[in-house]
Design a protein around this ligand. Structure first.
Ligand SMILES: NC(=O)c1ccc[n+]([C@@H]2O[C@H](COP(=O)([O-])OP(=O)(O)OC[C@H]3O[C@@H](n4cnc5c(N)ncnc54)[C@H](OP(=O)(O)O)[C@@H]3O)[C@@H](O)[C@H]2O)c1
Length: 347
């Protein structure tokens, strides 16, 4: 039976912009009552006003989801205002784009705090209220729900999005475990997995924007499209929904052709490594320059890299290619030629 959202109380995190904002707007049009959360008070109030404009009852609560007191206050104020809670949508999130080897512990912690710990703790706080909603709604067949907006990064690791992938894998794992655990309370746990999304403000979405692989944010699906899928998952009770064709493609390919997906991901890294190599060559660093004697600036890493390319061309098995000098495995920091052959990227 389809889930009817009219007059239901829905708490949406990350509602000030992007996917969370579009979800809130759609829910308002469906007649839901809303509790909206984000840190940017002005933007959040603007969204709340827009939702009120279509007749929805809205409570906007300025919240930093990484702060336990803020999370508690958010849920308490929502319950005080509406007397209960029927659906939780975890849509707040941040991303880091860049290689792990040049990242900082601070970024890993922040990504995990927002994308995983905050979402997990929100579920913990909301669970008793959702269970109560299930109890109240039993005769009508109503089932409350948690919707976790994760990412296809939670199903397959994408290079240069390491921290993001780790946090989304954790969220996907949590959701799957809770889906079984919450059956006894009558609460559905749903997963929406967007691919790349054209963010409202990419610079705010990305804690770090130093990735070198090619990602086409400009032509990615809009937050509206993902919001439509969030509503679809909610209304049609879809346990897991890959949103957008990239996500859908990766979702199916990882099941049917995992080796091909792995190869495709590595190819993205090889491409930027090659670009870096050409750039360095043009700048005359680390490769043979005409005026220098043969081998003068040719490092051990250059030699091993070229040998690797040669053995790949000859079609030698991967295991043989991995048997390379230690110097290449460790590599000199910042040298793309070592990076593309680093052990993490080997199939
Ligand atoms: N954009 C993509 O390419 C993409 C792809 C796959 C999955 N996703 C996932 O989809 C979700 C939404 O992404 P989006 O593109 O809509 O991002 P967005 O446009 O940057 O919006 C992120 C939202 O999260 C809120 N937020 C961030 N940190 C917060 C904190 N500490 N406390 C409270 N709120 C916080 C932001 O509000 P304030 O800054 O005002 O606090 C904002 O409302 C995220 O979980 C993201 O991981 C995005």
């Amino acid at each position: 039976m389809a889930r009817q959202l009219r007059d239901r109380v829905v708490l949406v995190t990350g509602a000030s912009r992007g996917i969370g904002r579009r979800v809130a707007e759609r829910l308002a049009r469906c007649g839901a009552r809303l509790v909206l959360a984000a840190r940017s008070a002005d933007e959040l109030e603007a969204v709340a006003e827009q939702c009120r404009g279509v007749g929805a009852a809205v409570l906007a609560v300025r919240t930093d989801l990484t702060v336990p007191d803020d999370r508690q206050r958010l849920v308490a104020e929502g319950i005080r205002r509406f007397g209960g809670l029927d659906v939780l949508v975890n849509a707040a999130g941040v991303c880091s784009f860049g290689e792990f080897s040049s990242s900082e512990p601070r970024i890993l912690r922040q990504v995990m705090e927002v994308n995983f710990f905050a979402a997990a703790e929100m579920i913990r706080l909301c669970q008793p209220h959702l269970a109560e909603s299930a109890h109240r709604g039993e005769p009508d067949g109503w089932r409350p729900a948690v919707v976790n907006v994760a990412s296809i990064c939670g199903r397959w690791g994408i290079p240069s999005m390491t921290e993001h992938c780790a946090s989304k894998h954790a969220l996907v794992g949590l959701s799957e475990a809770l889906r079984a655990e919450f059956v006894r309370y009558g609460i559905d746990v749903l997963l929406v997995l967007p691919g790349l999304v054209r963010s409202d403000d990419l610079q705010r979405h990305l804690l770090r924007n130093e990735g070198k692989i090619y990602l086409d944010f400009e032509n990615a699906p809009s937050p509206e499209e993902v919001a439509r899928d969030v509503l679809r998952a909610l209304q049609r009770r879809r346990a897991e929904l890959a949103s957008g064709w990239v996500s859908w493609g990766v979702w199916w390919s990882r099941r049917l052709f995992p080796r091909a997906v792995r190869f495709f991901m590595q190819r993205k890294v090889w491409k930027f490594a090659r670009r870096d190599r050409h750039r360095l060559a043009q700048e005359g660093q680390g490769t043979v320059r005409k005026e220098e004697p043969e081998g003068a600036r040719r490092t051990a890493a250059d030699a091993a890299h070229e040998e690797g390319l040669e053995s790949a061309r000859r079609g030698e098995p991967e295991a043989a290619r991995r048997d390379e000098p230690e110097v290449v495995r460790r590599g000199e920091e910042g040298d793309a030629r070592q990076r593309w052959r680093s052990p993490q990227l080997q199939p």
